[in-house]
Write a new protein. Structure first.
Length: 145
């Protein structure tokens, strides 16, 4: 493979971003379709998510979980901590984080895929807001502090 294929200038970032959004919108709409990556509870189990972390979370959000790693492997959050979940997707990590930080902590989810945010919101309202007190915002994170 030539080096030029790997340089940023050869990438069409707009198309790449659109392809990512389309893939995650598809997972939000149809989590069981089958993708080139794992999803849902089987994925959570592969990544070492504890069953009790998922307890009480909306089943429809768990099905659309498409995480690429387990951020809690490096340690669990402490009560009162503040968390920004960048690329929050269906919101499973945000919801788990909210359980860990408790009522004195704060979690906010940010995602650039409107369909994922909408799906997470819908699943939370269907579950009558149980364990769903996490605000979510549409936004594309370009740089971070
Ligand atoms: C692997 S999923 C996240 C899964 C999520 N942690 C969960 O608990 O379900 C990745 C998400 O990151 C979002 N994303 C990717 N790049 C982003 C960026 N630069 N800014 C905001 N969201 C982004 C995608 O739209 C997608 O919903």
């Amino acid at each position: 493979m030539s080096d030029s294929l790997l340089t940023e200038s050869s990438l069409d970032l707009g198309r790449l971003r659109q392809a990512i959004q389309e893939a995650y919108a598809a997972v939000a709409r149809d989590p069981g379709r089958g993708y080139h990556f794992h999803t849902g509870r089987p994925l959570a189990s592969m990544l070492g998510y504890h069953d009790d972390w998922l307890e009480g979370l909306p089943e429809g959000s768990i099905s659309s979980f498409a995480g690429t790693g387990n951020p809690f492997r490096i340690g669990q959050l402490q009560p009162g901590e503040r968390v920004v979940d960048i690329g929050s997707g269906a919101g499973i990590d945000s919801l788990i984080a909210a359980k860990m930080v408790g009522p004195d902590g704060q979690v906010i989810g940010v995602d650039m895929t409107r369909a994922m945010l909408a799906h997470g919101e819908k699943e939370c309202s269907r579950s009558r807001g149980r364990q769903c007190r996490v605000p979510r915002r549409l936004g594309r994170v370009v740089t971070h502090p």
